[in-house]
Design a protein around this ligand. Structure first.
Ligand code: DAH
Length: 339
């Protein structure tokens, strides 16, 4: 009889079931009133005294094995059902998903990249920690040149040759040093200036630099490119170029776009003139080409530089430049519907 019980133990241990009905049938078979165990307990009386001890032990072993098996199978099944309820109920209301939004600087930057990439400009980048050569000297701003004062510079104290770039024009130099014409590239990035922080200016902001170098590039090409840009970016095609000065371009100009005077905001934004200044530009100075290893007798080109933050403020009517770097989600969340 003991061997028979041991066979049952083996059978119980191997038993598996995946449905409640099967588990219940198994429980009744072993642990029920008329079950296998009760038969063995009833037979206990007729077991010879010498075997009683061992008999009792194996029967209890069988009882424990059957009980453990039933508990384990039930638990496994319950787990499965719970999981099924979570993932299987398609009528369940969806979890509220908090969607992020692009930063207004990224939105405007991507628009500018998109517009220029359509006319063959690629995107290039340079380091924010720059050396004097790329930020100033190569751009026709030799040491002690008064025009260096146009941009208040953050120097890295330990080394006066290393600074935070004051403009993305430094990427022009790097690009020309590494690539041969024809060159058509725009370089977006962050720049730094040692300026007092106010609603209108910050000690860091963003620019996009543009550079076009090839044989026979003229001022007319520059003007046409800028007009294409303002039309695509602002829906405004009327521009004017005012003579200006930049050490790295000759001639140089400031670009104004005619915004109009239709609304009160137009009046405010343009100070009643209808015109908005949006960037600086010019024909790349032959000295700069020379400094970057390009022969100015063979090649000519134009360059321009504009502030992304300023354009973002204009387009989205943002009253204070500091809002762009405060990371207030109530402000940032307002740009969800844009791009
Ligand atoms: N680097 C100038 C600035 O930060 C902007 C600029 C003006 C860039 C004229 C140019 C340019 O490439 O041709 O104010």
């Amino acid at each position: 009889m003991i061997d028979k019980i041991k066979e049952h133990i083996a059978r119980v241990e191997q038993f598996t079931a995946s449905e409640m009905g099967e588990i219940e049938a198994f429980r009744i078979e072993y642990l029920g009133k008329k079950g296998v165990l009760n038969d063995f307990f009833a037979a206990f009386k007729s077991v010879p005294n010498t075997e009683k001890k061992e008999f009792g032990q194996v029967v209890n072993q069988l009882k424990d094995a059957a009980q453990d098996k039933v508990n384990a199978l039930k638990e496994a099944l319950e787990k499965k059902t719970v999981n099924k309820n979570i993932y299987g109920d398609l009528t369940r209301p969806a979890e509220p998903v908090a969607l992020g939004s692009r930063h207004p600087i990224s939105i405007v930057k991507n628009q500018i990249i998109d517009i220029f990439s359509r006319i063959g400009f690629n995107v290039s980048e340079g380091p924010e920690i720059e050396d004097d050569w790329h930020n100033f000297t190569a751009l026709n701003l030799p040491e002690y040149h008064p025009a260096r004062d146009m941009q208040d510079t953050f120097f890295i104290q330990t080394d006066p040759d290393i600074l935070l770039r004051t403009h993305t024009s430094s990427v022009q130099v790097r690009y020309m040093e590494e690539h041969k014409p024809p060159i058509r590239t725009i370089s977006p990035g962050r720049v730094y200036r040692n300026e007092a922080i106010s609603a209108r200016s910050h000690c860091f902001f963003h620019q996009v630099e543009g550079l076009y170098i090839d044989k026979g590039v003229s001022f007319a090409d520059l003007k046409q490119t800028l007009q294409y840009f303002t039309t695509e970016m602002f829906g405004k095609s009327r521009i004017r170029l005012r003579p200006s000065y930049f050490p790295f371009t000759e001639p140089s100009a400031e670009v104004d776009v005619y915004w109009g005077l239709e609304t009160e905001t137009d009046y405010k934004m343009t100070k009643g003139t209808g015109w908005l200044e949006i960037m600086g530009c010019g024909m790349v100075d032959p000295n700069v080409l020379q400094n970057c290893g390009i022969d100015p007798k063979e090649y000519s080109g134009f360059a321009f530089g504009m502030g992304i933050d300023r354009i973002a403020l204009l387009l989205h009517q943002i009253p204070d430049i500091r809002m762009l770097s405060e990371n207030d989600v109530r402000f940032l969340g307002q740009f969800k519907s844009v791009l």
